[in-house]
Design a binder for this molecule. Structure first.
Ligand SMILES: O=C(O)CSc1cccnc1C(=O)O
Ligand SMILES: [Mn+2]
Length: 610
């Protein structure tokens, strides 16, 4: 028995507009689900769906004494992270996808998808998820509908987005919305037992920029299935933003308050994975007089405000962070945030029904159940939690969530940081010379790959411009041009760009900078610089702080000698960096903005003059 148009109409809430109902009917006719359900984001719905998933084996309820209203899910080794090789931008013109995306002809891809989705939801429920990215009704927020056959996705989307009928109300008033369709690609024949993690070996994560559509098939996990996140909030949103004059960025947003003056500054930062973005978003300053509050840890949508400044919102309502390495030592605020009402995926389970992962505080237990669901001991020789294990937790639970994190108009941005993991060459902090240099800094971001990535040797340099390499929904060089255009539009009001690097080492391989809470010293200089309180010294890669202007009070063992190593820029090494960057830019051909080419030439001039 499959769902009919009448069933859809009967299940739809009164405020569901005709175009939404038509969308659901069309997909139901294609995917042939056994049932249809319109999610409303209520507590009753969460309780029912989580209990059903405990029943089906997809969820393990964690010990309510330890972690109330929280659950553990285990995926399959074949479904543990974003699948970049199966992620496609299906723009009408191949050129518009650019050399850093996988392009597929939209008509051909639709043929494949129609075949894959035909009957894909058999025996399953089609869940309709109306949601808002950003505070409902805000001027920067956008709406979406995700259709999915995964209750895991429904519960995660309830945490990560503003899910429910309020979004439908706005759609009923004619506000546009992004259509997203997801299936785990595992139809159930009558009487067939479901598995704890249904998915399909054949995966397609596809985006259609001209129609704002997202179609995802075969994966139940993270960035592939929670379509409000990377698929919408970055890949589709970046193309919408280019068209409509705003910005969708892979950036954290934080508020820094100078408690002496009460002045508030807002900083966004883009770092490639494994460079400490969530830690910075929830920084605990070590220098007195500053307070950090979190607005967002991963994505920023930014628009010019009525006063001409750039305003940012966090379009998400939760954090979907990497669990391993997170502890009260590295990020106490993240640990406190996930104390309850959270979903954990691919972490280990302790004997007393709580979560565990490599790097969490305390001694390693003698026994755990690992992310495969097997018995584990420290002698197992394998990791108990998957390196990409995730927590999904409500941002509102973060003890330092900014009081204005849901301000519909966003917060005004004072500075933009670009960082990466660089053991050599890159100073602790450098300010742009001018806006185009700021875009060049973002475009030339490269980061050393950590051992966790198995397909390259640790330490190899990977370019990840603006930390958007896997997430820009169109030609990367056109995206850089869009930044230049936005800078031109905002003029003096566009925030300055700063390059930061927490990871520099000395010749013996020792860290030169302690990082973590001490990074507040860099933020301190950045905001004093951005507000014209201190000078800067011209250098090869940008403008650097004067030693005497930088707060090193209480920084044990840090002296002028260490400082000089942190800011040493070797012209020869940078000659090679410039050549490497020029090589990387070649793939963009004549789409590379002239202003970026000029910045490379200016860098070379500064190297030659050094
Ligand atoms: O592995 C996944 O599906 C998640 S990828 C992700 C999730 C949250 C925040 N950032 C990322 C990322 O890869 O940048
Ligand atoms: Mn991210």
């Amino acid at each position: 028995m499959t769902v009919s148009a009448q069933d859809v109409r009967a299940a739809a809430p009164k405020n569901a507009p005709e175009d939404v109902i038509d969308f659901v009917v069309r997909i139901a006719e294609l995917a042939k689900p056994e049932d249809v359900y319109f999610a409303d984001g209520s507590q009753e719905e969460w309780d029912r769906l989580t209990s059903e998933m405990v029943e089906s084996g997809m969820f393990t309820r964690l010990n309510p004494e330890k972690r109330p209203n929280s659950f553990l899910a285990r995926s399959l080794p074949s479904d543990v992270a974003r699948v970049e090789s199966r992620t496609y931008i299906c723009s009408e013109k191949e050129e518009d996808a650019g050399p850093t995306n996988n392009w597929y002809d939209p008509t051909e891809m639709k043929k494949i998808l129609m075949e894959k989705f035909d009957g894909a939801m058999k025996g399953r429920t089609l869940y309709v998820i109306p949601f808002s990215m950003g505070p409902v009704g805000g001027p920067i927020s956008q709406l979406g509908i995700e259709l999915t056959d995964s209750p895991y996705v429904v519960c995660n989307m309830r945490i990560m987005t503003r899910m429910g009928t309020e979004a439908l109300d706005l759609m009923a008033k004619g506000q546009t919305w992004v259509p997203a369709v997801h299936s785990v690609g595992a139809p159930l024949e009558p009487g067939q037992e479901d598995t704890a993690w249904p998915c399909n070996d054949e995966k397609y994560i596809t985006h259609f920029p001209e129609t704002n559509e997202i179609w995802s098939y075969g994966s139940g996990y993270g960035g592939n299935a929670l379509l409000g996140k990377k698929c919408y909030a970055l890949r589709i949103a970046s193309t919408m933003a280019k068209r409509d004059g705003w910005m969708a960025e892979h950036m954290l947003i934080l508020r820094l308050t100078d408690e002496n003056t009460g002045k508030q500054y807002h900083v966004t930062a883009a770092f490639p994975s494994a460079c400490g973005k969530t830690n910075l978003a929830m920084l605990q300053p070590t220098i007195p007089g500053y307070k950090v509050e979190t607005v967002g840890d991963d994505i920023a949508w930014m628009r010019p405000g009525p006063d001409g400044r750039l305003y940012a919102i966090n379009p998400e309502a939760g954090f979907f962070g990497v669990a391993p390495g997170t502890s009260y030592d590295t990020n106490p605020m993240a640990m406190d945030t996930m104390r309850e009402n959270s979903i954990f995926t691919n972490v280990a389970l302790t004997d007393d029904g709580d979560v565990w992962w490599e790097g969490i505080d305390g001694p390693t237990p003698d026994h755990l159940i690992d992310w495969h669901g097997n018995d584990w001991t420290p002698e197992s020789g394998e990791k108990a939690a998957h390196p990409n294990a995730r927590f999904t937790t409500p941002a509102a639970q973060c003890p330092i969530i900014c009081p204005d994190w849901e301000a519909p108009q966003g917060v005004p941005i004072d500075a933009i940081l670009f960082g990466g993991r660089r053991a050599t060459n890159v100073p602790l902090v450098a300010e742009q010379y001018d806006p185009a240099h700021g875009v060049f800094i973002g475009a030339s971001v490269a980061s050393e790959v950590t051992a966790a990535a198995t397909d390259v040797t640790a330490g190899a340099l990977r370019h990840d411009p603006f930390a958007m390499l896997p997430f820009c929904g169109y030609h990367m060089a056109d995206y850089w041009q869009h930044w230049l255009d936005m800078q031109e539009e905002l003029g003096e009001n566009f925030p300055k760009v700063y390059q930061v690097n927490w990871f520099r080492k000395d010749d013996e391989g020792n860290w030169l900078w302690p990082g973590f809470g001490e990074n507040s010293r860099v933020l301190d200089w950045v905001v004093r610089r951005a507000s014209g309180q201190v000078d800067a010294i011209d250098g090869i890669t940008g403008r650097y702080p004067k030693f005497e202007d930088f707060n090193i009070d209480g920084l044990k063992g840090f002296d002028k000698e260490t400082w000089d190593k942190l800011f040493f820029v070797d012209p020869e090494a940078w000659d090679k960096e410039a050549a490497e960057t020029e090589e990387y830019f070649k793939q963009f051909g004549d789409k590379l903005p002239a202003a970026i080419k000029d910045e490379l030439a200016k860098l070379r001039e500064r190297i030659a003059e050094a």
